[in-house]
Ligand binder design. Structure first.
Ligand SMILES: [Zn+2]
Length: 105
């Protein structure tokens, strides 16, 4: 299973737009970080199974081949819930009162 944050695996014009987007996030001091970019078809199928064959929450409605991630054309950015703490504390909070989840793909 390959899940990658490596921008060099993305379609180059998309990767360029992503770098521009991330520089704007940094300028605005918004603590969002790249969480997932390219996904193999196998990884997409495993993600699709999550919540359907396990007790985890459903993470996606896209099967392998149905997501732009599989074609190196999508990236997900997640909020660092505690930006003052070192490292990234991934936040899955989606309520506007305590955080915002932004998904670009
Ligand atoms: Zn996505």
């Amino acid at each position: 299973m390959i899940v990658s944050r490596d921008k060099s695996l993305l379609y180059p014009p998309f990767a360029d737009q992503l770098r521009h987007f991330e520089s704007r996030l940094a300028t605005a001091k918004l603590p969002f970080h790249l969480f997932m970019a390219f996904r193999t078809l196998e990884c997409q199928d495993e993600l699709y199974a999550q919540g359907r064959t396990t007790s985890w929450k459903i993470a996606t409605n896209a099967r392998g081949g149905d997501s732009l991630h599989n074609f190196a054309l999508a990236a997900d950015h997640i909020l660092d819930g505690l930006p003052d703490k070192s490292g990234i504390q991934w936040s899955w909070e989606t309520r506007a009162t305590s955080g915002v989840l932004f998904r670009s793909g």
